[in-house]
Write a protein that binds this ligand. Structure first.
Ligand SMILES: NC(=O)c1ccc[n+]([C@@H]2O[C@H](COP(=O)([O-])OP(=O)(O)OC[C@H]3O[C@@H](n4cnc5c(N)ncnc54)[C@H](OP(=O)(O)O)[C@@H]3O)[C@@H](O)[C@H]2O)c1
Length: 243
């Protein structure tokens, strides 16, 4: 088994996920670049390796059971275990998403990727994570999933546009994160949700105000928590985000 810390980042071919892979690689970790498209994955792996990262490609479509199973098998062969899983892959879904006019298929597609995809990949990786001395799971969420921020007076400023597929998918993901934390309490597995802030990426047509590198910082912090670190919580760079 590898001496290096082994991480898998889903949706690591671009945006925040790519920068999470770069940041974890800069720590000397071996980083699996989870990506569904062969060409984009290879390009990301090459670019990370050129930057000195010990990167390896992991074909992974988070909506596909067989793909998640194959990804776990590849990591087992490659590394024998997994120390850190960053569930970063997500989609915003077709916009606009006004509740009264949305196509239910849009909601279903977003939940399939952003929530069920996380459960699928986490569970496929769980046997490998259980072999780690300090397993960490980071779920990339968003403050737009915060019910508190959406219902508060500052809601319009902090909780994003009305979007009945994307925002509730992150609320759902937060709830799922808590359920895992409850089941895994008493184990050495720490699982938390992180919000990267409003980052300029494909997800929002590059309208965000932060860089992908800045957005990656919270995931790197949660991926490197000490053994007595928090679990079942929701953080951004400023601290705890209300549920
Ligand atoms: N950008 C923001 O302001 C912001 C704010 C809050 C939270 N977030 C969260 O941060 C995370 C990263 O978002 P981002 O802004 O970096 O978005 P992005 O640039 O659109 O990247 C999303 C990544 O997810 C991948 N992906 C989508 N569906 C997938 C699937 N079925 N299987 C595997 N990979 C899939 C994409 O791959 P392809 O290239 O193949 O599509 C891409 O690599 C997401 O969880 C997002 O919700 C972002």
């Amino acid at each position: 088994m590898s001496e290096r810390t082994i991480a898998l980042v889903t949706g690591a071919n671009k945006g925040i996920g790519y920068e999470i892979a770069a940041g974890l690689g800069a720590l000397g970790w071996s980083v699996g670049v989870g990506a569904r498209d062969d060409r984009r994955r290879k390009a990301a792996v090459e670019s990370l390796r050129a930057a000195g990262v010990d990167a390896f490609g992991v074909p992974l479509d988070v909506t596909d059971d067989a793909s998640a199973t194959a990804a776990a098998r590849l990591i087992e062969e490659q590394a024998g275990r997994l120390d850190v899983l960053v569930n970063n892959a997500a989609i915003s879904g077709t916009m606009p998403q006004e509740p009264t006019r949305v196509d239910p298929a849009t909601v279903r597609t977003v939940v399939e990727t952003n929530v069920i995809g996380v459960i699928r990949v986490t569970n496929a990786m769980m046997p490998l994570l259980r072999r780690s001395a300090s397993p960490r799971i980071v779920n990339m969420s968003s403050s737009v999933g915060s019910l508190t921020l959406q219902s508060g007076t500052a809601g319009e400023l902090t909780a994003g546009p009305v979007a009945v597929a994307y925002s509730p998918s992150k609320t759902f993901l937060n709830a799922v994160t808590l359920q895992y934390a409850r089941e895994l309490s008493g184990t050495n597995i720490l699982i938390n949700a992180g919000c990267p802030g409003y980052v300029a990426t494909d997800l929002n047509g590059f309208r965000g105000v932060r860089t992908p590198e800045q957005g990656a910082a919270i995931a790197i912090r949660l991926a490197t928590l000490p053994d007595d670190g928090p679990t079942g919580q929701f953080f951004d760079d400023a601290g705890v985000v209300p549920w």
